[in-house]
Design a protein around this ligand. Sequence first.
Ligand SMILES: NC(=O)c1ccc[n+]([C@@H]2O[C@H](COP(=O)([O-])OP(=O)(O)OC[C@H]3O[C@@H](n4cnc5c(N)ncnc54)[C@H](OP(=O)(O)O)[C@@H]3O)[C@@H](O)[C@H]2O)c1
Length: 325
Amino acid sequence: MREMRAIRVPRFGGPAVLELVHIPVQEPGPGEIRVRVRAAGVNYADLMQREGLYPGGPTPPFIAGFEVAGEIDCLGAGVTQWKVGDRVMALCSGGYAETVIQNARAVFPIPGGLSYREAAAIPCQFLTAYHALITLGGTAPRMTVLIQAAAGGLGTQLVQIAKIRGARVVGTCGSDEKCAFAEGLGCDHTINYRAHDFEAEARGIVEGGFDLIVESVGGQVFDKSLRLLKPRGRMIVLGVASREPRPIPALLLLRNNWTVSGFHLNTYLADRSAMREALDALADWLASGKLRIIQSHTFPLAAAAEAHQAIADRRTTGKVVLDVS
Ligand SMILES: NC(=O)c1ccc[n+]([C@@H]2O[C@H](COP(=O)([O-])OP(=O)(O)OC[C@H]3O[C@@H](n4cnc5c(N)ncnc54)[C@H](OP(=O)(O)O)[C@@H]3O)[C@@H](O)[C@H]2O)c1
């Protein structure tokens, strides 16, 4: 039986638990395709899954990763919409591997001109940014939008999409270098929230509070963000990078007409028309040069632990991928 390289989580723990293993290459079943992975996206959720902190995440042992770009190398019975060699990107399970099996209906063509590494930055972070800001958040011209961790993989997409929609965008980042990076992407203002009280600074920048806040850090950042909403404003909670989830203060919501919305990409993936809309916008924005895929850090597959450590240490900007060529 043919074997392939993959990165396994044998037990919950720090980056060092990630191990390179050789496992059998699977054959696609009816309605499935096999993708020869060329680049695997590394997401913050991978760190949370590795630590056992991801709600509903897999139980060890499991192959890490859930986002890939590559080409189809085998079709299962009944698959007619794809051919061997098609360049595709997908959300999947077991993505840190040389091949993955996926339902043929759950992969997307790579927009023309993008490399595999750039394409591996799209399924999770672009689609999340699009649907959080537009489908859920209704981002529109002149809205004031605050984006936490604006220089990260998700943050760099959020900033660009909010600007494309005509919003006034304030971004927080963990260093002055990251702030400069986020401003280069279009942020109207940035705040280094590790060096300054971003709540006080943001009040000086946007009088009366924000229409929309996209929050993915938790802890004090969550508390301060909520206080920065204007009456009838909305905060979208996407993640808890600090690992400090906060309770929702119901009476404050009531008094201020605030909305706090959770967002998880999963339910949007099943909505074909919502996905089509996002991918059409992506193709349009890439072609017109309005959107750039910020793929800044590449590690070989075997160095997955270093990739995880770099994200945990807050050393990365934009998207991190594993090279699986
Ligand atoms: N709900 C969904 O469907 C969905 C989808 C994608 C991502 N997310 C969430 O969105 C967030 C960003 O994901 P990503 O994959 O794009 O990662 P990322 O932004 O590239 O990396 C995480 C960033 O979070 C910031 N951060 C703040 N506190 C931190 C801490 N205590 N430890 C480590 N980092 C901290 C860091 O930026 P600074 O140094 O600038 O603070 C770090 O670079 C995560 O919370 C993730 O779970 C949710």
